[in-house]
Ligand binder design. Sequence first.
Ligand SMILES: [Zn+2]
Length: 427
Amino acid sequence: MLLKITNANVLDGNGQLQLKDIYIRDGIIAELVDAESQGKASADKIIDAEGKLVTPGFIDMHVHLREPGYEHKETIETGSRSAAKGGFTTIACMPNTRPVIDTPETIELVKSKAEAAGLVNVLPYAAITKSELGRELTDFAALKAAGAIGFTDDGVGVQSAQMMKDAMALAQSLGMPIIAHCEDNSLVEGAPVNEGEFAKRHGLKGIPNESEAIHVGRDILLAEATGVHYHVCHVSTEQSIRLIRQAKEIGIRVTAEVCPHHLLLAETDIPGLDANWKMNPPLRSERDVEACIQALEDGTIDMIVTDHAPHSEEEKAKGMQLAPFGIVGFETAFPLLYTKFVLTGRWDLSLLVQRMTKDPARVFGLSAGKLEPGAPADLTLLDLDKEQEVDPSAFASKGRNTPFGGWKLKGWPVMTIVSGKVVWQDQ
Ligand SMILES: [Zn+2]
């Protein structure tokens, strides 16, 4: 089966747009040729990408698919569809489900559900500790053999330094990364928002920057001691960034990710006690937002992830104090960042695309994320001129929990291809 995508606007290595025809054979990119030249073979199927940007499919290394156990929030199928609609072709799902993904059987369950959905590549993480309770390590070797791609207790920080050190030593011996949700509970205890102006005004307890940065600092020292690849989840503070930057400078194996909302929103933007603005880590100060942007630009932060975290409307209606943390992210990520950073002239298009494709692939050793012969034919077609408002009621996700409803954005995905197969198309 030979698929040809004609007239594709493709970014070259220098960030310049080139007009190419892409040939895909049996799910693999076979060849890229200049659009006006004659291809070697005649295709079984042709997709005309005229006027569209074609990028490697987006990769999101931090998502919550909620299955098993919270299917009222999302399922592996609805989450995969939402990802495809957002232009993502590979996603890595967090283990804080019910039961927690902490056995080979639950890894197998996730893999088989993802395969049955047949939409995007779903890479499962396994928990560091059983049930994410922080008391006992899971069976790393068995989980790796079952297909786990790394270990994380995302949703909660590993409170014990000894437990984290043991986890890192074991992961290192298996050649696996540790992915850390950094949060010291003793500094947080029930706080729903950032420690700052908003908390003060509304009489809420605040989450201080140090609750994140203390774990980052501790874990960097433990990563240095163990030699493990240590990846910091959803960085949100200036202090964490300072520590990561310094650690990278002296050669410690640390990598990091940031979410669109931490690049776009500060706590001063929160309009009121609306839990669609409640996430963990919380929206921080404008100073922290600027530090996150600069860290992504200079490579201190390696990649963009969404931390897609769907919840039901009933759950989010419980108010700022009681509602669960998290917002959905797949279907708004690219248009948000394209509109707010590329169209404003702050970023080159190639920087944004790289941080959503090549960089996560590099950090986690994935074969995806490249548009070149031999790479998987995971591709995203984008209409950069298409403008529309974010309409949560139209999300493919079960979650409607977003602070970006009504935002008018440009740069929408129009087609998503995984292994040469169209898995989502704008109607
Ligand atoms: Zn987290």
